[in-house]
Design a protein around this ligand. Structure first.
Ligand SMILES: [Zn+2]
Length: 445
């Protein structure tokens, strides 16, 4: 007969038929943190390499160079194609991170994986490839800017403004880029010690790590003494600014840029002790608050918020592609109204929602059953790997600390931070083309 104590023990014993949930395996190869999650029945082997360099930290006169570098690194192995023998290659650059990716059928896992090592160590670039990539990037600009999907371009323009440029050559800096500039940028920004590789799929961690070690040896050996060791110099974004942000900067800047759209951005310098996790939760709340604003709800790209850091300071930044009738004063009012809703939203929120994106490892088989679309079904493990990669790169912590960082975000603290996003603490800018600036000014109320 079971005593109450024995019943408790029985409940703690896992059911014998429960399969062993996969878990992350972490190792260093050439200074790179490699995280491997083996899911034996996953249909593809996916690798995401993340770097903490993005549009928000690009230097003056190098607008969207992080994006250009992303293109050039991937093209260093495959100058013309992004589909190679069933392997799909891709990349994405956001305000805070660069992501390089490969999705491969299980039997092509190795050539897909070792490409990441070559991308991370590429330091020489082909001028012909650069010219082709400029055309591709211009194509991306044309496909997004006129339709109002401008948040990433807004971040690139914002970075230029904070670097002291009230004209952002978001298109022009790339169009004028030279191979020497790209190589210098990559030398300064692509640090193996800051890279995170997230590998998901059927291959075992030991196989993955052995393949990377072998490739690392092949890449670093011929150079002999010039082994591509990771640099230890701190990145520009990691140098804390003692003087505080925006000293003497204008509250609102009528800026110009060279994309065929108008963009408005507002940003709030966050208190120096605001953590990356807290800033990220605030950004999700501000995007939610903007959804409620009628002036933004009907805009094609709506209004999107991001947590950005530059010069060692964190900012909560929101951008919108305004319609012509919305003058600056109306935009300020909308943003202020959305920011005023932040403390109320923060009252109902904590970091738990972001923690759940990275912990625990989900039941992938159940997820696959729930996803109707075939392409999405094959990417459920990859999706999780990508979420974990963004978390560690944004938080700057080991993978096993990421969920705890988010869970440590307390409501009371969020409310206090939300209350700092006041009109008095708001900075803003509106970028127009130079031609539009010559046109009669908007009515100012
Ligand atoms: Zn691109």
């Amino acid at each position: 007969m079971a005593t109450p104590h024995a019943i408790l023990l029985l409940c703690l014993v896992p059911a014998p038929q429960a399969p062993q949930a996969p878990s992350w395996h972490t190792e260093q190869v050439g200074g790179i943190a490699v995280h491997v999650l083996q899911v034996t029945d996953a249909p593809v082997q996916t690798v995401f390499t993340f770097l903490p360099t993005g549009l928000a930290t690009d230097p003056a006169d190098r607008a969207q160079f992080a994006h250009l570098a992303e293109h050039m690194l991937i093209r260093s192995t495959d100058p013309t194609r992004l589909q190679v023998g069933g392997i799909r290659l891709n990349g994405e650059t956001t305000g805070e991170a660069m992501r390089l990716e490969s999705v491969a059928p299980p039997d092509s896992w190795r050539p897909a994986l070792v490409r990441h090592m070559r991308w991370l160590t590429a330091r020489q670039f082909d001028p012909k490839v650069l010219e082709r990539e400029k055309v591709r990037i211009a194509g991306e600009e044309r496909a997004t800017a006129p339709r109002g999907f401008n948040h990433k371009w807004a971040i690139a323009a914002w970075a230029q403004l904070l670097a002291g440029r009230d004209h952002a050559a978001v298109h022009g800096d790339v169009a004028a880029a030279t191979v020497a500039q790209v190589a210098a940028y990559v030398r300064g920004r692509v640090r193996l010690s800051e890279a995170r590789m997230m590998v998901t799929g059927p291959r075992a961690p030991a196989e993955v790590v052995a393949a990377l070690r072998e490739e690392w040896k092949a890449i670093s050996a011929p150079a002999g003494a010039a082994e591509p060791q990771e640099r230890t110099a701190p990145s520009a974004s990691a140098t804390p600014s003692k003087s505080g942000p925006q000293n003497g900067a204008p509250r609102h800047t009528a800026a110009t840029w060279d994309l065929p759209a108008e963009i408005y951005a507002a940003w709030y310098p966050l208190p120096v002790d605001c953590s990356a996790a807290e800033a990220e939760v605030l950004a999700t709340l501000l995007t939610t608050a903007c959804f409620g604003a009628r002036a933004f709800r009907d805009l094609p790209g709506r209004a999107l918020a991001s947590a950005l850091s530059r010069g060692g300071r964190r900012y909560l930044m929101v951008s919108a592609t305004p319609s012509r009738e919305l003058d600056d004063a109306a935009l300020h009012r909308e943003i202020d109204a959305a920011a005023a809703r932040l403390p109320g939203l923060a009252m109902m929120q904590s970091g738990g929602m972001l923690a759940r994106l990275v912990d625990p490892v989900p039941d992938f088989a159940a997820q696959r059953r729930a996803v109707p679309n075939a392409r999405s079904r094959e990417m459920v493990e990859a999706q999780f790997g990508m979420q974990c990669g963004y978390a560690v790169i944004r938080l700057g912590v080991p993978l096993d600390r990421a969920a705890a960082e988010y869970r440590a975000v307390a409501r009371a603290r969020l409310v206090a931070l939300a209350k700092t996003c006041t009109p008095a603490n708001r900075h803003s800018a509106r970028w127009r083309s130079r031609e539009a600036r010559q046109a009669p000014p908007h009515k100012v109320r």
